[in-house]
Structures are given as structure tokens and as C-alpha cells.
Design a protein around this ligand. Structure first.
Ligand code: RIB
Length: 289
């Protein structure tokens, strides 16, 4: 099976700062690193490192060839990434001493994906494949509708969260992942609790507390592993990529989520995004308290 990921590709400029800057503040960073990132690229790399075949549908500008090459190097099928005349997306990320972050996104080429490109990519998909989207590209609704019509398992990671964007894809979804604050925001917009949604699989992430999984409304909890976090950036994407990989490989959901919890716990102990996502061997061998 294949995971088709309509996903963003960013250059992540990660600034190590003593604290997150406030309004009007000028702050010196201790260090700057560039990583491959974007919620989409992070999920593709996570799913590939979890042992699944992943085809990424996206776009990079003339300055983004390196990002596409790196995705290829990490085992992602990049034949469906278009080269466009719009600068590649980037993210300016501040990470403080506690590992918390804030992120400024420049969408760039992530919003230059064409319907023709999407249709051509998905014409190679097979019934039973997974399709995943996040909220950092254009064409989410078109992709979700196409995915449903093709008999794909349609998945949505509601990040960065916008209630209207989730509402628009909701009728097509088999899987939704969001955090607890977002679940409450979605309730305000739709009037529905997560248990009322007509979506077979819903995961509500609970940060350092772990995740709650709802299968047709019935809940089970998956506590997080306790680790010393140095950088939480990309941990949620790693979790989602590992869950999707588990689903794609036919794992019971409980096993997929437990493995994803281990991957996310390991990820927060590392600085950086896609380039440092742990592989399956590291995830299986990690020791937690
Ligand atoms: O979730 C982390 C990601 O958000 C970063 O890689 C950044 O590019 C933004 O998309």
C-alpha cells in the first residue's frame, strides 16, 4: 500500500533563543540551523522511516531543489513534486530553552499546487491506499473529495488549525487528528463533539499527556512517555506519520498509536525537524522510564 501525502515542504530556519520573543522585542539567537521541514514533509519522512511507501504531492520553487533531493534520500517518492516559479515555503522557528516554539510560516510554493498535478498523481493511487493532507497547502478539499471517490482512506491532520478548513473536509474523512483545544474550537464551529463526528478514527493529542483515540465514538487513552524535551517542533508530525504508517501496514490502531508515542517521545529529545525523525529501529530500541 502507499500513503499519498498532499503536503507542505519548507526550509525550517530554527533559531535557538533564550526565551520566545514578545511583542516589540529584539532578541539575539544563540544559534541558527536549517532543516528540511513543513508539516507535510515531516509526515512523509516519519511514515517512510516507519517502513511505509510514501508518495509526496507538493511543490518547490527554484530554491527548493535541495529539499526535494533530501526527501528522495529519506526514501520518499518525490516524482509528484512539481518545480514551480514561486519561492519554496519556509518557516522561521524560535525554540526556547524549554523546547517550546513559535513559528512564522511563509507558504510560498506550497500554495502553487495545481489541480492537474493532483489529479495526475492520484490517478496512480489504488483503492485502499491512504491519502493525507494538512492545512499548509492549497487543494485540500479537492484532494479529499478525489480520495473518497477513488476509495482511498482519507486522513486529515488539522494543523495549523483552522476550524473552517476542517469543516470543509469533514464530509470526506476516515481519520482526523487534532489537539484538545482544537477539538473544542471545532465543536464551537460545527456544534459537534468529537464523539459525534461521522469520522471512523479520531485522535485527540494531549501534548505531554499523550493521546486519546476515538473509534466510532469509543475512547481509549495512550499516555505519553516521560522524557526531557529539548525541542517539540515536528513531534506532532512524527506522531501522525507513524500512526498513518501503522494503519497502512495493517497494524491494530492501538499498536500504531503506541509506536507513534515512542517515536514522538524520542523526537522531542532532538533538535530539528524532518532530518532528525527517528527510524523504526531507533523507535523500537528506545528505553523510556
Ligand atoms: O510542525 C512543525 C512544522 O511546522 C515545521 O517543520 C514548519 O515547517 C511548520 O510547517
Amino acid at each position: 500500500m502507499t500513503i499519498w501525502n498532499l503536503g507542505s515542504i519548507n526550509a525550517d530556519m530554527i533559531y535557538d533563543v533564550p526565551h520566545l520573543p514578545g511583542p516589540g522585542e529584539t532578541l539575539s539567537a544563540n544559534r541558527l540551523d536549517r532543516f528540511l521541514g513543513g508539516k507535510g514533509a515531516n509526515m512523509s519522512v516519519a511514515a517512510a522511516r516507519a517502513g511505509t511507501r510514501v508518495a509526496h504531492i507538493g511543490a518547490v520553487g527554484p530554491d527548493g531543489r535541495w529539499a526535494q533531493d533530501r526527501l528522495t534520500e529519506y526514501g520518499v517518492d518525490t516524482r509528484y513534486i512539481a518545480g514551480v516559479e514561486v519561492p519554496t515555503g519556509h518557516a522561521i522557528i524560535a525554540v526556547d530553552a524549554q523546547g517550546e516554539n513559535n513559528i512564522i510560516l511563509f507558504p510560498g510554493s506550497n500554495h502553487a499546487i495545481t489541480p492537474g498535478q493532483l489529479g495526475q498523481a492520484l490517478s496512480s493511487a489504488e483503492r485502499g491506499d491512504l491519502l493525507v493532507m494538512q492545512n499548509e497547502t492549497n487543494l485540500q478539499v479537492e484532494a479529499a473529495e478525489m480520495g473518497r471517490d477513488l476509495g482511498l482512506t482519507v486522513c486529515y491532520a488539522a494543523a495549523p488549525f483552522q476550524a473552517d478548513a476542517v469543516k470543509a473536509v469533514l464530509p470526506f474523512l476516515d481519520f482526523l487528528i487534532l489537539n484538545e483545544v482544537e477539538a473544542e474550537q471545532l465543536r464551537k464551529v460545527t456544534g459537534q463533539l468529537v464523539t459525534d463526528l461521522d469520522v471512523e478514527h479520531v485522535i485527540v493529542t494531549l501534548g505531554s499527556k499523550g493521546a486519546r483515540y476515538y473509534h466510532r465514538g469509543a475512547a481509549s487513552d495512550f499516555p505519553a512517555h516521560k522524557v526531557q524535551a529539548v525541542d517539540t517542533t515536528g513531534a506532532g508530525d512524527t506522531f501522525t506519520g507513524y500512526v498513518l504508517a501503522g494503519m497502512d501496514r495493517g497494524m491494530p490502531m492501538a499498536q500504531a498509536i503506541s509506536q507513534a508515542n515512542r517515536a514522538a517521545a524520542l523526537m522531542v529529545t532532538r533538535h530539528g525537524t524532518a532530518d532528525v525523525i527517528p527510524d523504526l529501529k531507533e523507535v523500537r530500541e528506545a528505553q523510556f522510564d
